[in-house]
Design a protein around this ligand. Sequence first.
Ligand code: NAD
Ligand code: LMR
Length: 325
Amino acid sequence: MVKVTVCGAAGGIGQPLSLLLKQSPLVSHLSLYDIVNTPGVAADLSHINTKSKVTGHVGADQLEEAIKDSDVIVIPAGVPRKPGMTRDDLFKINAGIVRDLATAAAKFAPKAFMCIISNPVNSTVPIVAEVFKKHNVYDPRRIFGVTTLDIVRASTFIGELIGADPADVKCNVLGGHSGVTILPLLSQVPGTEKLTQEQIEKVTNRIQFGGDEVVKAKDGAGSATLSMAFAGARFALNVVEAAVKGTSTIECTYIDLAAATPEAIASVKEATGEQDIAYFSLPVELGPDGVKNTLPIGAISDYEKTLFTAAATELKGNIAKGAAF
Ligand code: NAD
Ligand code: LMR
């Protein structure tokens, strides 16, 4: 029996994400929270003939009821970008939204696996961690920044380039979730040996700035929602599967390195030129308690080394900003 709560469930990501979660036989209760429109979304989804119960909760007065005893809480609440904005520009509004949702989670579902989608992820994950620490319920193995869309994009763009089925292309994407902090490791992907350096740099840049591609195309109507719902459901359901069935899945996700193995931490230090970085996306083996194991970065190319150096400075600033909030 798994209760999954989506916070921001009436939004551009929240609705299709909830639809995908409603299809899972592993979810017994799908709880939809937003400050608007969740009664309608919940009524609509509740007519789908899968076994999960769907409940809708609207407004801060109903947040406790929405969140109470959740096993998984997925947070795509907050504002999306418009053309010309960076993810960091969203901090002013989204930091407070995420803090308040995290506070409710720390009080009413302290053991929940927290899947944070709201941007800027590099900073919102440290915010959630600090709230949990303040309430003395912090377990770094249970809080995740959802960077799965970067991995999904990497599979698609690399697949197109090397002529492979994108569903079969597995590329680790490490670091954070914004521009130069997104670190796709193409050198580890079979089939990329045939690419020229120019092609590698071009596709790396496309993965790093894939979000901007969608923001530009939507032209003021928001950012990625459907591909994000796909990626968010994949991540959340992998967390559920690992917890319920003990299925061992490896997903790259942004975590507090306090949950990582000494080998993985050492590999981040080495790749970033001995910089101290508290949060980083790594390949994580999921288990019954969340992070079960973390894999080291592995061999990287000289070009990728230069990307790590550029990422480290920005990431450290983003983390400090979130932790201080
Ligand atoms: P949206 O505006 O369509 O939906 C956001 C929803 O959040 C709205 O329904 C809104 O009512 C709700 N909301 C606002 N304040 C709330 C609160 N206090 N409590 C609960 N709900 C609240 O936006 P969207 O396109 O769904 O994007 C949501 C967030 O996800 C943005 O911050 C966006 O940047 C981020 N995002 C992250 C990734 C990623 O890869 N991690 C990908 C895409 C988008
Ligand atoms: C994305 O990568 O699509 C999201 O982080 C949304 C954005 O602002 O680009």
